[in-house]
Design a protein around this ligand. Sequence first.
Ligand code: NDP
Ligand code: OXD
Length: 313
Amino acid sequence: MTILLSVTGFDPMRWRAALEAADGDRDIVLEPARSDDPAIEYAVVWKQPPGLLENLPNLKAVFSLGAGVDHIFADRGLPDVPVVRIVAEDLTSRMSEYVVWRVLDHFRRGRAYRAQQVQTIWHERMQPAAREITVGIMGLGELGQDAARKLRVLGFQVAGWSRTEKAIDGIDTHAGQDGLDGFLAASDILVVLLPLTAETRGIIDAGLLSRLKRQTPLGGPVLINAGRGGLQNEAAILDALEQETLMEASLDVFNVEPLPSDHPLWRHPRVFITPHAAAVSDPDALAPAVMRQIAAHERGEPLRGVVDRAAGY
Ligand code: NDP
Ligand code: OXD
């Protein structure tokens, strides 16, 4: 049995070493011997080239090296086998660190104080209490729920929006299109942790931004997107910033990555950019779980983290 490892954007050799360290008895290849290589039974991928998996006759499952699977479904030649995503404490904690960091930086006036320091200005800004701020989280899955819990510990009010109804202690939950307006109207800081699917593509548009709470203790709404770039209309974000209907934004993901150097988001003074680094997949932390899943599947046990193909996540 052979495992095909296909990685674009991460270092394939680090992944190969980590997969081998987790289970040295497996044959791991970076290129299939032939496009219909019968030895390949599992594929472990991040942005595999389109068509790579199409003709593998004995493929049993495809593992994403991240929590998101949009990069896998972008391949029109994807065979009809289970697609498994990463659900792991290491990844989840990293995302919550990012969310808490960005929420606290906006909330504690990081941008304004950094600008004051450059000009040696000693001026204390009005600081609301955490309990006066509602952080609205779009996407109450593995990542959204963990971030929500950690923000609650810090004293923020937390609202959440998901596709299906949820009841989570201490979180004001909203669901579906009917729940969206109420959720947006409650959110001082909007955190986006949605997957990219046919339903969510482009969801952060002018209409959505205009429905965020206007009068906020921070002077206007704040957007934090660590889900996917395809969720956001970047021109609409820039317009909203210009009109000050959006006060500040932290963006980790973009429609085109790397974000082209001439993109106006890079230079906008009220935008904080990170290079899709909110929650990196650490090979040493994640490879053992992938190898354990493959071994379990071979023993006839069910896979965990299989995505719903129809829903796209
Ligand atoms: P989950 O699948 O666990 O959660 C997804 C959440 O989004 C669920 O609450 C789901 O609702 C909700 N959702 C999906 N579609 C809709 C919709 N149409 N309307 C409303 N809510 C919807 O995913 P994770 O939390 O593990 O990950 C979320 C995303 O984060 C990933 O798909 C990936 O794109 C991104 N990510 C980004 C990283 C980065 O470094 N920037 C790192 C890791 C992930 P319901 O609960 O009802 O199903
Ligand atoms: C992921 C990512 O989906 O890093 O895990 O974007």
